[in-house]
Design a protein around this ligand. Structure first.
Ligand code: IMP
Length: 427
């Protein structure tokens, strides 16, 4: 038995889906433990290109049971769409998809509450994906949530909805949004639940069986470590625990069982939404990264902010996740650049100490004033796309990889050089 967690080391969109698909080929259980349909995972395989938000990317491995753990919040319309999409591609789900009844459900009022928050904040808004994540997790921790358990019983659901609408409708009225009526919401949720009821089954026993038997488990993190609710750039973060440690509570798996943590990082940095990003580029190089990396959000289509690789951030996220190895993605996006920079720590305006400062020292406001100290390296200006052998990489690309390893303090075991499943260098 082995348990491997695949987690994002930056602000999400690190191409984790590719590695879940790749590493999950031997896994018997592939599980998501955090987030909801704010995530966007693109999986490219012989069946086609799939943009998944909730369904574990490992669903294309026919031998694996795919689990959505209690730490995940479920938008029923999204999971239903994805069930249809994947079934149309000929994938069998009846025995393989397990949704924990403990999962909280995104209700129509959650994105509405979120839009009120975002509008009220104006310039300082988080720039969310608009999927209601903050409000659904807020309801969860304040004992106002509705779980899949509740959807199985019309009386229970109707009563919980009645209370929530009594709280939320006055807010909608005050902010000029139409109030929600109980019956249409109730009927919609009951009808959607009826279509997924067969998949709602507690995965706990199945996971315990795998842990005691000889079965591999793959844990699929959503979003990135710098969006973690506690350790990310709060309040420019997401609502869930995005770290490897989140898998323990979010799935129901003891911490010591997670032996391998694969931290996935892009060979540069990107971010979608608001919040500090010290190595962000506003010049031609930033444009090159966006264009070559096709940096547009999977869920929202928004152009992503792009910048140099920030090793200070990676050192922190590698430590907090206990990354046992790194997977570096999209190396080929850097192919045309003459000079490549790596952020190695920060300088603060007016700081006379002369020493480099680090992410862990401050909050989002502090990070907004931090200026990276860059190391410069020559680019390789040769195509690396699709290369699968480390020694076939140009010397400058190998030097870049080694430099990142030195600065972060963790080995890079895999390098992705293109979008196809097999475009991976294993070391
Ligand atoms: P929320 O998760 O929709 O509440 O958005 C909060 C922040 O997290 C925003 O900056 C989003 O752009 C960001 N975010 C959420 N999910 C993802 C993701 O899967 N990839 C990248 N950024 C994300």
């Amino acid at each position: 038995m082995s348990v491997t967690a695949v987690v994002g080391m930056q602000w999400g969109d690190e191409a984790k889906g590719k590695f879940v698909d790749y590493l999950g080929s031997s896994a018997r259980i592939i599980a998501r433990y955090n987030g909801g349909d704010n995530a966007g995972h693109t999986v490219i395989n012989p069946l086609g290109t799939f943009k998944l938000r909730l369904m574990p990317s490992g669903i294309f491995n026919p031998g694996a049971t795919c689990v959505i753990g209690p730490g995940v919040v479920i938008n029923l319309a999204t999971i239903l769409d994805e069930i249809r999409l994947v079934q149309q591609a000929g994938v069998e789900l009846e025995t393989r998809l397990w949704l924990s009844p403990r999962c909280h459900v995104v209700m129509p009022y959650h994105p509405m509450v979120e839009s009120i928050y975002e509008t009220a904040k104006g310039q300082s808004r988080t720039g969310t994906t608009g999927r209601g994540m903050g409000p659904v997790y807020a309801d969860k921790v304040s004992y106002n949530g509705i779980r899949l358990f509740d959807l199985a019983d019309e009386t229970v659901l109707a009563e919980k909805l009645r209370v929530q609408l009594a709280i939320k409708n006055p807010l909608f009225k005050a902010f000029g949004l139409p109030p929600l009526e109980l019956q249409p919401v109730l009927q919609e949720k009951l009808a959607q639940y009826a279509q997924i009821a067969a998949y709602v089954r507690d995965p706990f026993g199945r996971i315990q069986e795998a842990l005691t038997g000889d079965e591999d488990i793959l844990l699929e993190g959503a979003q990135g470590s710098l969006l973690d609710n506690d350790w990310g750039t709060y309040p420019f973060s997401t609502a869930s625990t995005t770290l490897a440690g989140g898998a323990s509570a979010g799935l129901g798996i003891a911490p010591h069982t997670i032996q391998r943590v694969v931290g996935v990082a892009k060979a540069y940095t990107s971010r979608v939404g608001a919040g500090p990003m010290p190595s962000e580029l506003f010049d031609e190089d930033g444009e090159t990264l966006r264009r070559e990396g096709q940096e547009y959000g999977t869920v929202t289509g928004r152009p992503r902010r792009c910048g140099w690789f920030d090793a200070d951030l990676l050192r922190f996220t590698a430590q907090i996740n206990g990354a046992t190895e790194l997977a570096l993605t999209k190396l080929d996006v850097l192919d045309s650049l003459a000079t490549i920079k790596i952020g190695a720590g920060y300088r603060m305006e007016g700081d006379e100490t002369g020493s480099l400062r680090h992410y862990r020292e401050g909050d989002a406001l502090w990070l907004g004033d931090a200026r990276p100290e860059y190391l410069e390296m020559p680019g390789w200006q040769q195509p690396t796309r699709g290369l699968r052998d480390f020694n076939a990489l140009p010397a400058a690309a190998r030097a870049y990889i080694s430099r990142i390893e030195e600065l972060v303090g963790v080995s890079i075991s895999m390098v992705a050089t293109g979008p196809d499943r097999e475009d991976v260098i294993r070391r």
